[in-house]
Design a binder for this molecule. Structure first.
Ligand code: GLN
Ligand code: ZN
Length: 768
């Protein structure tokens, strides 16, 4: 190799117009035959490859495309199908693949968890002592496809064995090495077959190397990659890391592979420091992740080229690959179609396609020299400067408030046990109160009405009446079901972050800036580009209206500061924590306004706190402190008889339980049903002494749960949690579900609550 190469790590699946999502949903809905579906997704896949080629990328990833999730792809490639699904060996059928992801009538879906610190969810592989075997060589298949159909010599992308096993469940920690060893021969076989096919480069992702791992685990990698190299010596393996700097730098760069991929964007500068300090093996290629694969701002090419120049002091140009810092899965496809964005802002944006352009420009720059890309560099510098100087970046009042944060009260007036009495008195709820998480089904009709209103085909008054009618309908349903604490249903919201972003200053929205969240579900993160400030009440009208229809308490429903932060693309010219506090101050006003309008239960959702955890443990504390502070800044100015709820969507919260306690919320609802009661163990070790609802059924699947199941889930929880503090609720909001299945499921849930209350009562009598 005598030329600097450009590369990509992964490309968004969803398509410029979410064609991928639409195809999937039509197929699931029975509106698209399997053949036609497969044909459509093949076209999408090939089109994406061609596009990357046209952008001038040398090493084009193949096999990163997926029909749901690439971790699940890896699992089924090894024939790993949980026992509860139909499977008789051999290649896993498309139907079974989707069953694992989505559940069936009889079987719950596999658990879903966030991919490192992103908002992408992967399906957690269940190993459960199954013997893995290579039932299908997917990388090979996709390599061949690209070669035959497009003449592209792709770079197969494979999730590495160490990360794969680390992210799986169903084995004991002490078995980790042995389990990894089971997979090594299978990876070796994949590589052997790739070698036979003439594949030159393979990218093996081991992001686990960017987390806090032990020296022994790096040593394990050494054995694994030596075996893989021996199996296919002609294949050049790039061991790819991302999302942070690598631990044990010297050990990792000397692993027996031909290339190391490092993130030079999200590494807090550490990879570059380590590189300068320790040097880099002469016989290896460095794949330098220099363009931000996680955020959407245009790069200052001048700065980037300087960083590359620094790197080339250590690594010779013929051993350098220029690439994004991670897969582009986490950003939207193209800025091109964004016609209504403010020009200054639009110019400063860069999505996947534009990032590839930046990669290509930088590759040229480092190859030929600065002069060759003078124009491009000047353009990027100018655009960024114009953005930074624009008036929307800076709001004097907001900056002053941030300066004066120490003056704000961030503690409730009295501790929880005192508030608990006051609130019991005020709300008079039954034991094991039932509630939901906030949203009710966003039907086609709801979305259509909103669209019509946005297009101006519906007047504000008509739209408001429509929303009110939905609220009325669901207040009636909640009465009928016999729930204890109501919600208004969030019909006015497309998305829990977008909704607030549209009402706060400092946010902008793209039209097509979608990103995959899980399966076919996509989100459109807002852009926080200026100082955030409160403009007017955001949720008061709907909440107060809902409350006027019932004597049951209606929860006000807000999205928390850290979730708004983590689910947005955030400006990078000021600290993220300052942005979080700006949002928190605005929410604080909303909380106070709701309270002033007679709303005394207010839920502030923070489903994204955990996913924002830094990859390295040493950075957790400062992140969690900042998160807790922002939450309290938003929620603590209320009266003692106002009950603050929060909601989080994940089960592995054991590690952050202290931070969760520190939020000092009166009630927390938390997702658990997909992890089959694992959370319960966490509570055996940790007492939780505030109100808590462990989601009793999974809302990510269309399945209506069985009564016995729910009763069992509640019983199990009550073995470790105080019934006086326990709430009964689904896992998460219901907006993705159909109306009938929602009502049916909630009926079962309310019945489970009744039966358990009855049981507790009789147990109590017997005890007497
Ligand atoms: N209140 C939100 C809803 O019910 C919470 C969603 C979430 O946790 N992701 O939709
Ligand atoms: Zn949730």
């Amino acid at each position: 190799m005598n030329k600097v190469k450009s590369s990509n790590l992964g490309y968004p699946r969803i398509g410029e117009n979410r064609e991928w999502k639409k195809a999937l949903e039509q197929f699931w809905g029975g509106k698209l035959e399997k053949e036609a579906f497969l044909k459509q997704v093949e076209e999408i896949r090939l089109q994406h490859l061609q596009k990357q080629k046209d952008k001038g990328i040398d090493l084009i990833p193949v096999g990163d495309f997926s029909l749901y999730d690439h971790i699940l792809d890896t699992a089924v490639m090894f024939g790993l199908v949980p026992k509860r699904f139909k499977y008789d060996g051999g290649k896993v059928s498309l139907e079974t693949y989707f069953d694992i992801a989505r559940g069936t009538n009889g079987s719950v879906a596999s658990e879903m968890t966030k991919w490192f610190n992103t908002n992408y969810h992967y399906i957690v592989p269940e190993l459960d002592r199954a013997i893995p075997s290579l039932v299908e060589n997917r990388p090979l298949q996709f390599y061949k496809e690209a070669k035959q159909k497009l003449g592209i010599d792709g770079k197969p992308v494979i999730l590495g064995p160490v990360t794969f096993v680390k992210l799986s469940k169903g084995y004991k920690e002490s078995e980790f090495h042995a389990v990894v060893d089971q997979f090594v021969p299978l990876y070796a076989e994949i590589l052997r077959e790739l070698q036979k096919e003439g594949v030159e480069w393979v990218q093996i992702d081991e992001p686990i190397l960017s987390t806090t791992i032990s020296k022994e685990e790096v040593a394990l990698c050494k054995g694994v990659y030596r075996t893989l190299h021996e199996a296919a010596p002609n294949v050049k393996v790039i061991l790819q890391t991302y999302f942070d700097s690598i631990e044990h730098f010297e050990d990792v760069i000397s692993l027996p592979v031909q290339g190391i991929g490092l993130d030079f964007v999200h590494d807090h500068g550490e990879n570059l420091i380590a590189l300068k300090k320790h040097g880099f093996p002469k016989d290896k290629v460095l794949a330098a992740g220099i363009i931000d694969g996680r955020n959407i701002w245009r790069a200052n090419l001048d700065d980037k080229l300087s960083t590359l120049a620094e790197i080339t002091k250590v690594v010779s140009k013929d051993h350098l690959i220029v690439q994004p810092s991670s897969s582009l899965l986490h950003i939207p496809v193209t800025v091109k179609s964004e016609e209504s964005l403010d020009e200054v802002l639009k110019e400063a944006l860069s999505f996947a396609d534009e990032k590839l352009y930046e990669v290509a420009v930088l590759t040229k720059g480092i190859q030929i020299g600065r002069d060759a890309i003078q124009e491009e560099m000047a353009a990027s510098t100018k655009v960024i400067q114009t953005l930074n100087e624009s008036s929307f970046r800076y709001n004097k009042q907001v900056r002053e408030a941030i300066q004066k944060l120490p003056n704000y009260k961030v503690e409730r007036e009295v501790p929880f046990h005192v508030r608990q009495k006051i609130q019991e008195e005020a709300f008079q709820l039954p034991l094991l109160p039932t509630t939901t998480i906030g949203s009710f089904p966003q039907t086609q009709e709801v979305r259509k009405q909103r669209l019509n209103w946005r297009k101006g085909e519906l007047t504000d008054a008509e739209y408001e009446e429509y929303i009110n009618a939905e609220i009325r309908k669901w207040i009636d349903i909640q009465e009928e079901l016999g729930l204890d604490v109501f919600v208004h249903g969030e019909f006015e919201r497309t998305d829990m972050v977008e909704y607030f972003g549209e009402k706060l200053a400092g946010f902008q929205f793209t039209k097509f800036g979608w990103v995959q969240s899980y399966g076919s579900r996509c989100v459109k993160p807002p852009l926080i580009y200026g100082d955030v400030s409160y403009q007017a009440p955001m949720t008061v009208k709907e909440t107060v209206y809902a409350q006027s229809l019932t004597t049951k308490p209606v929860k006000g429903m807000l999205t928390g500061p850290i979730t708004i932060l983590n689910w947005s693309f955030v400006r990078d010219d000021i600290s993220r924590y300052d942005v979080a506090n700006q949002i928190a101050l605005a929410l604080r006003k909303e909380v106070e306004t709701l309270e002033a309008h007679g709303i005394h239960m207010i839920q502030v959702d923070e489903p994204a706190i955990r996913e924002g955890l830094p990859l390295k443990r040493e950075n957790w504390e400062s992140y969690l402190n900042a998160a807790v502070y922002a939450f309290k800044l938003a929620t603590t100015s209320v009266r003692n008889d106002t009950q603050i709820h929060t909601h989080m969507c994940y089960s592995d919260f054991e590690e952050i339980i202290d931070a969760i306690k520190a939020l000092d919320a009166d009630v927390i609802s938390i997702e658990t049903s997909r992890s089959h009661g694992e959370l319960i163990h966490a509570f055996e070790e940790n007492t939780y002494d505030k109100g808590i609802g462990l989601g009793v059924y999974d809302i990510h699947s269309p399945r209506v749960p069985k009564l016995e199941e729910l009763v069992r889930n509640v019983d199990r929880a009550l073995q470790v949690l105080d019934p006086k503090l326990f709430w009964i609720n689904p896992d998460c909001g219901l907006k993705t579900r159909g109306i009938n299945e929602t009502v049916d499921a909630l009926k079962v849930m309310v019945e489970a609550a009744k039966q358990t209350r009855e049981k507790l009562r009789t147990k109590h009598t017997i005890n007497l």
